[in-house]
Write a protein that binds this ligand. Structure first.
Ligand SMILES: NC(=O)C1=CN([C@@H]2O[C@H](COP(=O)(O)OP(=O)(O)OC[C@H]3O[C@@H](n4cnc5c(N)ncnc54)[C@H](OP(=O)(O)O)[C@@H]3O)[C@@H](O)[C@H]2O)[C@@H](O)CC1
Ligand SMILES: Nc1ncnc2c1ncn2[C@@H]1O[C@H](COP(=O)(O)OP(=O)(O)O)[C@@H](O)[C@H]1O
Length: 249
């Protein structure tokens, strides 16, 4: 149910956006579209033909796609160059619920310092949170609850401050995710979370509940995967199977 549009995958980072698409599809999004650099289209279709992949050369092409989506996930592999800026601008202009991750957050910090929304989930790791709050990573880590709540107050919506014991800060308060393991420190794990959040928002609508549920399912799926085959060598794409089982009890 629901149509998720993933916007990302600058040259060299195509995998990040595709991981987000696959996890959105596995978490029950009825339709998943991908707006990515044209060079990633063939690989995307081979890997995941269920996803409708659109090659985007620049801002004008990116502007049309958000109209058909229920939720936009922007940031995985976005890069911070002109292409990524134009794509993020299109996502922000559309009046749609958003998940902003990775370079989407870095660009928000750099170029949209005052934008706040109620209908978005921001998913910073400590490095991205430090950029958004204009402080050091040590500052963030020394009081993670305060950092998550400060970011939520400044930017609105819901903030998931990732890491061991991810924190979900929303309008009604702060929740700690008790799941997850060190095997998750591998490339693409955050991209998978952003796709899951997009799918849950497209189905549930409620921003805070989707953030809470997505963070829990993501981390618990990683725990189930690690129980079966160990933490070392855990891949981001391994999570989809376990996450799907968790949401189909
Ligand atoms: N297959 C693909 O296509 C993949 C593509 N990907 C895409 O690549 C893009 C760039 O992502 P990235 O990981 O290269 O840069 P980013 O995370 O901004 O790090 C920059 C600096 O931040 C810091 N930092 C990082 N993590 C931290 C932490 N937990 N806690 C504290 N600090 C932390 C760290 O600083 P350091 O620790 O080195 O001092 C680092 O040097 C992005 O769009 C992403 O989606 C990836 O998802 C992988 C799979
Ligand atoms: N030691 C850990 N315990 C629990 N979760 C972790 C741990 N290390 C990483 N994670 C989780 O893995 C994910 C990593 O995301 P991120 O830092 O954005 O990486 P990437 O950019 O490679 O996708 C986050 O959801 C984070 O909470």
């Amino acid at each position: 149910m629901g149509h998720v549009l993933v916007m990302g995958g600058a040259p060299g980072f195509g995998g990040a956006a595709l991981l987000a698409c696959q996890s959105a599809a596995r978490l029950g999004a009825g339709k998943v579209s991908l707006a990515t650099a044209p060079e990633h289209i063939v690989a995307s279709l081979v890997r995941c033909p269920e996803v409708m992949a659109h090659g985007i050369r620049g801002g004008a092409e990116a502007a049309e796609l958000p109209n058909n989506a229920d939720v936009i996930v922007v940031g995985p592999g976005l890069g911070q160059a002109a292409w990524g800026q134009a794509v993020l601008q299109s996502a922000l202009q559309a009046d749609k619920p958003l998940v902003v991750d990775a370079d989407g957050l870095n660009l928000l910090a750099r170029q949209w310092p005052d934008v706040r929304r109620d209908n978005w989930i921001l998913t910073p790791h400590p490095g991205e949170a430090a950029r958004l709050l204009n402080c050091s990573v040590a500052d963030i880590q020394s009081d993670r609850p305060a950092a998550a709540q400060a970011l939520q107050r400044a930017r609105g919506g819901v903030v998931i401050l990732k890491g061991a014991g991810s924190l979900i800060a929303g309008p009604t308060g702060l929740v700690v995710c008790p799941y997850g393991n060190p095997g998750m420190a591998s490339g693409g794990m955050g991209d998978v979370l952003s796709g899951m959040l997009g799918a849950l928002m497209a189905q549930r609508g409620d921003v805070e509940f989707s953030a809470w549920l997505g963070a829990m399912v993501h981390a618990l799926a990683a725990d189930r995967a690690a129980e079966e085959a160990g933490e070392r060598g855990l891949l981001a794409s391994d999570l989809a199977f376990y996450a799907r089982k968790l949401i189909n009890p």
